[in-house]
Write a protein that binds this ligand. Structure first.
Ligand SMILES: Cc1cc2nc3c(=O)[nH]c(=O)nc-3n(C[C@H](O)[C@H](O)[C@H](O)COP(=O)(O)OP(=O)(O)OC[C@H]3O[C@@H](n4cnc5c(N)ncnc54)[C@H](O)[C@@H]3O)c2cc1C
Length: 428
């Protein structure tokens, strides 16, 4: 069966749906092709018994671009902002995390000189202009703003929390500091999980005429002589489209256009981690709601403190996460053990209260670890094939995670609409 449309969007995740909702404001016909049985990509929430599990811990930046774009699309974002605080663990000793003014005063993690230095670093993050940071790694920038090893360790931990990147020596300082600036303004945990966003984006897109085809992986894209595309699925279904918005991964895109010499993704590394998602009938230690380890890259947070994530309001939903370094070998059994041990330290006897749990050892959090020089690579890619637009959490030079996915989805749609209008007036 052959189809024809103005725009094919490959991938039904956040980026694809945001792009679809903007393009649907025009009279262009739009089809979303999604490989999975369910739409939503990594923003999907799985309902297990009565519990809503995001794919690992998901927090939406309160003052980020994603939230403002989603609100512009009239997506409601029910949930609550988290309180800053919690604990940091160093060599098995727990300290109040100096992420709030009260904790900064209370904590023994830092001596007085370090407290002042940490405050100065936080103020620098808030005030710094990120443009001149281009060309520096986060490690280099951290070395310029503090000489204190403890303050640097704290900065790397906050950086991990904001971006999931455990690689300061590779991470682009501009991207990291841009995210730190937004992260310091707080995050929201969403009621019902991130599926809430996907369901609304999906319904609005379908109501505007977008056709959504799950279980339709794109296996091949051919560039036709008139500049349009023919997309082929494994069942040999052929779809002709004037424009393609690609929101799946960079490696896959490259494999579709290898013969065009577009070698842009071979040096792109993903940000990955291991997640233990847990539902408990009660919390052994209700005081402990958030923790990070300073020396081991571990995270823990009770998301149901702020969001409704179970049909039973007494149930507790929490996430424990290990940030992977891309160059280290990761043993799933050991990772699972270290996540469980970390939880045991914070919530002794938790296993007695387990309703359900899920361990994902090697999940892609972001499809690109932002490294120096990526912006140029992305720019080159965007200008290579007319009518091919890219979006997704890897496709924005300055933002990653949902910030990158949502903003690049909107940008791809806007660029496409402008080009279509230009072509239309040129043909009149
Ligand atoms: C553990 C974890 C924690 C996270 N925490 C946060 C957080 O706290 N804050 C935050 O902002 N972000 C967070 N994220 C990141 C966020 O979930 C992603 O950045 C975002 O969902 C990516 O959206 P996307 O549309 O770019 O990609 P995806 O969601 O991956 O969507 C791409 C879609 O394309 C489909 N696809 C792939 N190949 C093909 C093909 N050939 N044909 C058709 N379809 C195809 C895929 O099935 C997928 O549905 C987290 C992610 C994870 C995994």
């Amino acid at each position: 069966m052959n189809q024809k449309c103005d725009v094919v969007i490959v991938g039904g995740g956040l980026a694809g749906y945001v792009a679809a909702n903007y393009v649907a404001r025009t009279n262009l016909s739009v089809v979303i092709l999604e490989k999975g049985k369910f739409v939503g990509g990594r923003a999907r929430t799985t309902k297990i018994e009565q519990q809503y599990f995001n794919l690992g811990p998901h927090a939406l930046y309160k003052k980020g671009k994603a939230r403002s774009i989603l609100e512009e699309l009239r997506i409601t974002l029910p949930g609550k902002p988290t309180k800053s605080g919690g604990i940091l663990i160093e060599n098995n000793i727990e300290f109040p995390a100096p992420f709030s003014a009260l904790n900064l005063f209370k904590t023994n993690l830092l001596n007085w000189k370090e407290r002042i230095e940490w405050m100065t670093v936080l103020l620098k993050i808030v005030r710094v202009n990120t443009e001149p940071l281009e060309g520096k790694t986060f490690h280099q920038w951290a070395g310029e703003i503090t000489h204190s090893p403890k303050v640097k360790l704290l900065l790397y931990t906050l950086g991990r929390l904001a971006t999931y990147s455990h690689t300061p020596e590779k991470m682009d300082a501009k991207v990291m500091v841009s995210h730190l600036k937004i992260a310091l303004k707080g995050v929201l945990y969403l009621d019902g999980g991130w599926q809430t966003i996907i369901d609304q984006l999906h319904n609005k897109a379908v109501l505007s005429g977008v056709q959504v085809q799950p279980q339709t992986p794109v296996r091949q894209i051919e560039l036709l002589s008139d500049g349009s595309f023919q997309l082929v699925t494994p069942h040999n279904e052929k779809i002709l489209a004037k424009n393609v918005i690609w929101t799946a991964g960079p490696q896959e895109l490259e494999s579709m256009f290898l013969d065009k010499g577009n070698c842009f993704s071979n040096k792109m590394t993903a940000i990955k981690g291991a997640t233990l998602d847990v539902a408990l009938s009660q919390l052994p230690n209700p005081e402990k709601l958030f923790a990070m380890d300073l020396t081991n890259p571990l995270y823990y947070s009770v998301h149901s403190t702020y969001a409704h994530l179970s049909d039973n309001k007494n149930n507790i939903i929490l996430h424990v996460f290990k940030y992977h370094h891309p160059e280290e070998h990761h043993d799933s059994t050991l990772d699972k053990h270290s996540l469980e041990q970390f939880l045991e330290k914070l919530q002794p006897g938790w296993e007695k209260y387990v309703i359900t749990k899920r361990f994902l050892p090697h999940i892609t959090v972001n499809q690109r670890l932002p490294e120096l020089g990526d912006a140029k690579k992305l720019l080159r890619l965007k200008s290579t094939i007319p009518h091919l637009y890219v979006a997704g959490d890897w496709a924005s030079p300055d933002y990653i995670l949902s910030e990158g996915a949502v903003s690049s989805g909107k940008q791809a749609a806007e660029e496409l609409i402008i080009k279509e209008k230009r072509d239309e007036s040129a043909n009149q």
